[in-house]
Design a protein around this ligand. Structure first.
Ligand code: SF4
Length: 116
């Protein structure tokens, strides 16, 4: 099965096509640099995304901006967002503090992106 996608690694936005061959190997076409080939291969097998969001802060109306420390599997994004919605942090918080370790069993931490 072939999967079409736009490479998001740079503004050029090459149109890629990735195909998983019977051997399990992934063939990527349409890229014009190695980063695009790597992106197409990853998107075909295990697409991932960085997730940003907000969590509640105890005693404040202003929420805390957070993000995943690394990309997480796309299929896990709803679970990650649910975990954010269920979290309230206590102050003080510094940039990079772990707000949720191993969010949704992804092995990736949610970290603060600002200090409060
Ligand atoms: S394949 Fe390379 S040149 Fe094309 S959009 Fe991706 S990173 Fe940019």
């Amino acid at each position: 099965m072939k999967k079409k996608m736009i490479c998001i690694n740079c503004p050029k936005g090459c149109e890629l096509e990735a195909e998983i061959l019977p051997s399990g190997e992934v063939r990527v076409t349409g890229h014009t640099c190695p980063r695009g080939e790597e992106y197409g291969r990853a998107e075909a097998v295990n697409p991932t995304r960085m997730v940003t969001g907000l969590v509640r802060v105890a005693g404040m109306r202003k929420p805390l901006p957070v993000k995943t420390r690394a990309p997480v599997p796309k299929a896990k994004i709803p679970d990650v967002l649910f975990a954010l919605s269920q979290t309230t942090v206590q102050l003080p918080v510094a940039i990079g503090d772990v707000v949720i370790p191993d969010v949704a069993g992804t092995g990736v931490d949610i970290v603060a992106t600002t200090m409060l």
